[in-house]
Each structure stands twice: as C-alpha cells, then as structure tokens.
Design a protein around this ligand. Structure first.
Ligand code: FE2
Ligand code: FE2
Length: 280
C-alpha cells in the first residue's frame, strides 16, 4: 500500500521518460517471441554509434577475457537475448541525459567505476556472473539521470546540498523531494519491463536489510553493487564521500578485508584503461 501511494506521488511529479527510439525498438523486438537475430541486426545497423557503443560494452575486459565480439549477431549468441536487454539499456544511458555537463560527467564516471568494481568483486568471489555485475553497475543510478532530467530545478538543489553537506544523495533526495533515485529507478525499470535482476539492483542498491526482497536470489547483486558503490565513493571516482572501508559490509559477501588494497588497485587500473573507450 505504502509503495503504491509513493509511486502515485512519483508519477504525479515526474514525466516517465522513454528510452531512445532505437533502444525501444530493440527491447520490443527482444520481448516478442518471434524475434530473430537478423531483425535485431537490421534495426541496429541503422544506428552505427549506438551499435558501436553496445559492442564496446560487450567487449569490456570483464565481459569475457578471451573473446572479441565483433558483430551484434555474435554478441547475441554469446550473451543471450535477456542479457542483451540489459546491455541495450546500459548503452542508452548517455542519450537519456537532458544535457551533459559536469554533474552528468561525474555520474557517468561514478557508474563506470561502480560497474568495473562490481564485476571485479563478482569475478573474485564467484558469487555472480561478472558480466551481469558490470551491467548492473552501469545502470544502478539510472534513477538519478531521470530525476536530474525530469526535475532539473529541484535536483540542482539536491546536487548542491549533497556536495556542500557531504551526505548521501539518497538522504537529500528524500528530504527535498520526498522520494529518491531508488524509488524512481525501480518504478521506471518496471514500466520498461527490464529484467528482474536489473530492476532489483536499481531499486535496492542502498538497502542494507535485504530481507525485504521477495526473491532472495537477487540479494547478492544488490550487495555487490552496494559495496562497489561504497568503494568508488571512498576512492572519489566521480563522486567522493568519507567512507570507512572497514565498514562497508565486505563480510556480508564473505570478502576478506585483507585483500581490499589489491582489489582497489585493480579497480583503479581497469578504470583508467576503460574510461576512454567504454560508453563513449
Ligand atoms: Fe545510488
Ligand atoms: Fe551509486
């Protein structure tokens, strides 16, 4: 009940954005039972820059080290239709921004760093597929893009306060707007019929008590995204906050804190390697 009334408020306050037309077409096609790889390739061939972006994500180092994906059809065969859905959304994010200024750049750097950190953690702990962690990281703060685009004036105030007060965006959003980027992101993920694992990460990546989840199989991806987010805030890539690394819940995924320095080095190196190529 509570969730329903909150969603009502959000729907009355913001315009639900649509995905870029190319992404919409691809998602519709993937969702229909009769879709074929050929049809998908035909649509994607009409937008070279979008296809190139999609392939760049499919070729990112954590997506699979020993292969090079050079066509959309081989990407679909290797990755599968369902993961392709997530990839399409990730590749669309840049087109969803109203404009691309300093905040947008920082949000992009943050999301990229979180995605690389999440997939590094996934690869090391073997608790989830690194490619799924990568896409989840790229889209986890999608609600912020929507808020920043749809409620530009109030969100400018949120950004200003988050920087000035050094507090989490989530708290300031709740204070200024009465809802936050997780509520908004979750709602939109449902509207767009995104895969359930992605929807859950978008909605619950700041939730500490994950017993609220109806399906516990998504717990790990939420935890890994939350921990990756905290590490990147600690490192100050994109956004920066004072975070005590000993207190970010590494034990919840059975991660040995002694290994954190090595992990941090790996994240920094991969980020530097990837930042100019991924999601350009
Ligand atoms: Fe977030
Ligand atoms: Fe984040």
């Amino acid at each position: 009940m509570k969730q329903t009334s909150l969603e009502k408020i959000i729907l009355e306050t913001i315009d639900i954005p649509s995905l870029p037309p190319i992404a919409m077409k691809v998602l519709q096609l993937i969702s229909s039972d009769t879709s074929s790889i050929k049809e998908l390739e035909e649509i994607l061939s009409k937008d070279q820059s979008f296809s190139a972006r999609l392939l760049r994500i499919a070729n990112s180092p954590y997506y699979g080290k020993n292969r090079s994906v050079d066509s959309i059809s081989s990407a679909i065969i290797l990755i599968g239709f369902n993961t392709m859905k997530s990839l399409v959304v990730a590749a669309s994010l840049k087109d969803m921004h109203r404009n691309f200024g300093i905040f947008e750049q920082k949000l992009w750097e943050h999301s990229l760093a979180v995605s690389l950190a999440a997939s590094a953690i996934a690869a090391e702990t073997k608790m989830m597929k690194p490619d799924e962690a990568l896409v989840a990281g790229l889209v986890h703060d999608m609600g912020k893009i929507v808020l920043n685009t749809s409620l530009a004036d109030s969100y400018a105030l949120v950004i200003e306060r988050a920087y000035a007060e050094g507090l989490p965006f989530l708290d300031i959003e709740n204070d200024v707007l009465g809802f936050n980027h997780c509520n908004v992101g979750g709602l939109i993920a449902r509207k767009w019929k995104l895969p359930k694992n992605l929807e859950t990460v978008i909605e619950f990546h700041h939730t500490e008590d994950l017993s609220v989840l109806a399906d516990t199989s998504y717990e790990v991806s939420c935890q890994i995204t939350r921990i990756a987010d905290a590490i990147c805030l600690h490192l100050g890539i994109g956004f920066k906050r004072d975070i005590d690394i000993a207190n970010i819940g590494l034990d919840s995924i059975g991660y040995d804190i002694k290994k954190i320095d090595k992990l941090i080095e790996k994240i920094k190196t991969t980020y530097e390697e990837q930042r100019t190529t991924l999601l350009q």
